[in-house]
Design a binder for this molecule. Structure first.
Ligand SMILES: [Zn+2]
Length: 182
């Protein structure tokens, strides 16, 4: 009898875990968005998204590394698999590399297997979108609400419950670990 019960647990265990994970995620999205600051390193200054940051091309060039400039200001795309942030698993916040606006938290990240850091939701109010036709068919481009810096594209093949995949260029982000250690 005991052995039978154990077998039952073994058989249904993974299924139950999956259901549990999904329920947790459904409940979690709003909570994740509302409580994003819980993952912010103490003392981190948060820029005001409502005050746009506008700089000239030359000023941006001085401020950013060439690879970041290409993505943020020219809507370039980094080569897949090149960003260490794709493999970043620590708790913390992913901020815009252009202006420091927090865009995502580590809780919102998932491994999409694409070679780009991927997220299923974002910090509310921090992203804006537009449609681009760079590769003929329309894609939804998204950018930082404060400096307008291009971050990536959003697709509808992400995990439940949002179904969204924010496919982000790593060079457009900087990671702020919660414990403050770089
Ligand atoms: Zn920005």
């Amino acid at each position: 009898m005991k052995r039978r019960a154990l077998l039952k647990i073994l058989a249904f265990g993974p299924f139950l875990t999956q259901v549990h994970a999904q329920t947790k995620a459904t409940k979690g999205i709003k909570e994740m968005q509302d409580n994003w600051k819980a993952l912010l390193a103490p003392g981190t200054e948060v820029p005001n998204a409502a005050e746009p940051l506008k700089l000239s091309k030359d000023e941006w060039k001085k401020r950013l590394a060439p690879a970041s400039y290409d993505v943020l200001r020219e809507e370039g795309t980094e080569r897949a698999g090149t960003s260490p942030l794709d493999r970043e698993k620590r708790a913390g916040v992913f901020a815009c590399a252009g202006c420091g606006l927090p865009l995502f938290t580590s809780e919102m990240k998932f491994d999409s297997g694409t070679g780009w850091p991927s997220f299923f939701t974002f910090v509310p109010g921090m992203l804006q979108t537009k449609t681009d036709y760079k590769i003929i068919y329309p894609r939804t481009e998204y950018h930082c609400a404060k400096c307008g810096g291009h971050q990536g594209h959003v697709f509808d093949d992400g995990p439940a419950p949002t179904g969204k995949r924010y496919c982000n260029n790593g060079v457009a982000l900087k990671f702020i670990p919660k414990d403050g250690k770089a």
